[in-house]
Structure formats: C-alpha cells, structure tokens
Design a binder for this molecule. Structure first.
Ligand SMILES: Cc1cc2nc3c(=O)[nH]c(=O)nc-3n(C[C@H](O)[C@H](O)[C@H](O)COP(=O)(O)OP(=O)(O)OC[C@H]3O[C@@H](n4cnc5c(N)ncnc54)[C@H](O)[C@@H]3O)c2cc1C
Length: 323
C-alpha cells in the first residue's frame, strides 16, 4: 500500500474570491508542513473564472486541482472529483472549512473513503507519531476534546471560519491543473441562480458591541445598536438574547454561533461563559461592562468596567454625538 503523504485543502470560492476560511486553512497547512515536511495540495471545484485562476496560481503550495463545473452543481459529482484526487495523491490529511458547503462535503468524503471526520476543530497539531490531533469543544464547550484518526486515512477535519490567521503571502507560484467536472446524463439542470448578498455579518467587523442578558427589554437593544453604529461597528449578542428571539442567530457569538476576531469588542451585560468566550477570545481588545465585579468576563477583559450598562451606554452615545 502506498504511504499517505501530504496535506490536502479544499478551496471554496464564490463571486470571484477564495473564501477567507480556505486561506486560513492554507496558512495552517503551511505551518503543519514545517513540522511534517509533506507537500500541501489544494482542490477547487466550481465555475471557471479569471479572478479565481490568478488567486489559485499565487498560493504558496505545491499544486491545485481545479475542477471546472459546466453543468449542474451536484454533490455526487463533487464527491467523485474529490475521491479521484484523494486516490491519486493519497494525502494523509484533508482540511475543509466548517461552512455549510465544507461540512456537508467533509462527511460525504469521509463515508466514501471509509474514514473519520472531526467537525469544527479549533486546534490542529501533531502528536509524537505524526497523527493529527484534532481538538474541538465538546459538551457545550465545557471540555476540549482531542480526537485522533489513527487507523484510517485521510484524517479529515473541518475548521470554523476565523479560528486561524489567514494567509497573507500571495507570492506563490502554484501549478494549477484544470479538469472538467464529470456530467451526469440525467442530472437536474440548474435553471437560474440567485446570489444573496450577505449584509451586516459580524465576522468581518473590526468593532463589535455585544449585548447580553443584562439588557432588560428588546427595545433597549436600539441603544446598543446606535452605539455600535456610532463606533463604526455592528451589534452582536450572546446566545441568551437569541433564545429570547430578540437577536438573530447570525448575530450570536460563541461555540454554537460565530467565531469573531475584531480589533475591539465591547460587551454589555454578558457574564462570560466558556461557550461565549470560545467565540471571541481572539479579539485584539476586550472591553467588558458588567454590574457584577465577579463576572468572569471582567477577568479576561483588557479594560474591565464595573458599572450599569443603562448609565454607561447613554453617556457614551452623548459623548460620541458631541464629537
Ligand atoms: C450546548 C450549548 C451551547 C451554547 N452556545 C453558546 C454560544 O454560542 N454563545 C453564548 O453566548 N452562549 C452559549 N450557550 C449559553 C451559555 O451557557 C450562557 O447561557 C450564555 O452565554 C449566557 O449569556 P449572557 O452572558 O448574556 O447571560 P448571563 O450569563 O445571564 O449574564 C448576564 C450578565 O449581565 C450582567 N448584568 C445584569 N444587569 C446588568 C446591567 N444593568 N449592566 C451591566 N451588566 C449587567 C450580570 O451581572 C451577568 O453577568 C450555550 C449553552 C449550551 C448548553
């Protein structure tokens, strides 16, 4: 049997841009490569585009297989392409973004290759036997589980967007091999496609104002939203307010929400449970306002403020409006 070697990364793209999470995975794969000294490969599947071609060519990795999709977007065709690649190069590791596409794809590939998949990893490293240690929060974020796929290959892991720093080097010269994605005679036809522009997402914001259960009424969120907009940011929340139906799940930070990495995060009335902190611990500056001086979030904040949000927020808004 051939020895499995190499780190294989699934490169997702939309609207002429490789997804940030895929660039985060490439950066991580290059970091792992320094330890295992194995090649890093990529695979992309989708419509042909000049922008994508130039981005793929400038990745700092060995080679990319680019399957051009001409017909319907069918997961079975994607699976066939991926399995073909895996069988050809026998990678020891396959990394995918923990996106709706990446997560679904990972499990299909795992079934096809009769191997395991660890979803939503937050840490990837090697053990002394060069097995990939795939670490992810478990039991609602109360413990970190380290999972090994010792007996089968490839070791498949998905990683949530925003966990690893993205690739900054675009000076690579990758060999890109174009292939045509297979067609199915009786495949469903894609008649039209409507692209939905995501607006107001919290994961790309530099500044986030976060509302927690300390906010007493839904209407009070407007004060925090006003503050967020005056600061040039967006309003996010803990799960407590999503459960009340006051905020959308898209605005939730945490282990079952979004992972964010803004320059500044200001929390109001958030206690700082592990499930919440898992989603924001990499923020550059954490400012936390809590009425209770024993709230856990105050001990991790760069600027902990013991006080009532109902006094502090209106004062801040008045100050900012004067500027
Ligand atoms: C499987 C699972 C997954 C989960 N995933 C997530 C997740 O992704 N994200 C998440 O957030 N939670 C998650 N949770 C829920 C989590 O355990 C907590 O329930 C939640 O984070 C609490 O939100 P909170 O801090 O807003 O509320 P609380 O813990 O109730 O804290 C409210 C805080 O507001 C302060 N406060 C009250 N009044 C004021 C005031 N006037 N001014 C200033 N401060 C005030 C209080 O002192 C308190 O510290 C998950 C739970 C489970 C079981």
């Amino acid at each position: 049997m051939r020895e499995e070697k190499g780190i294989f990364v699934f490169l997702e793209y939309t609207r002429g841009k490789i997804e940030k999470v895929s660039l985060e995975l490439i950066a991580k794969a290059c970091e792992l490569q320094k330890i295992c000294n194995e090649p890093v490969y990529g695979v992309a599947i989708g419509e042909e585009s000049k922008e994508i071609e130039s981005q793929l060519c400038s990745l700092p990795i060995e080679k990319v297989w680019w399957y051009i999709q001409e017909g319907a977007c069918l997961s079975e065709l994607w699976e066939e392409a991926m399995v073909e690649c895996i069988e050809k190069i026998s990678p020891s590791i396959l990394l995918l973004g923990g996106t709706p596409i990446g997560s679904g794809f990972a499990s299909r590939i795992a079934v096809a290759m009769k191997t395991g998949v660890t979803a939503d990893c937050t840490m990837l490293e090697f053990d002394e036997n060069r097995n990939l240690v795939q670490t992810r929060p478990a039991f609602g974020g109360n413990i970190m589980a380290s999972i090994l796929t010792e007996r089968t290959r490839p070791q498949i892991a998905t990683v949530r967007p925003g966990i690893f720093p993205a690739l900054t080097d675009s000076s690579g010269k990758t060999v890109v091999e174009k292939k045509t994605l297979g067609q199915k005679n009786k495949s469903p036809q894609l008649l039209a496609r409507e692209e939905k522009e995501e607006k107001g997402g919290i994961t790309d914001q530099e500044i986030l104002v976060v509302a927690g259960r300390g906010v007493k009424k839904k209407e009070d969120l407007e004060l925090l939203r006003e503050l967020a907009h005056l600061l040039g940011g967006e309003l996010a929340s803990s799960r407590a307010l999503v459960e009340k139906g006051w905020m959308s799940q898209k605005a939730q930070i945490g282990v079952s929400g979004n992972v964010v990495k803004p320059e500044v995060i200001i929390t109001f009335g958030v206690s700082g449970t592990i499930q919440f902190m898992t989603g924001m611990k990499n923020a550059k500056k954490i400012i936390a306002v809590n009425i209770d001086k024993t709230a856990p979030i105050l001990s991790v904040a760069h600027l902990p403020i013991v006080g009532d949000l109902y006094t502090i927020v209106p004062n801040l808004i008045t100050l900012l409006k004067k500027e």
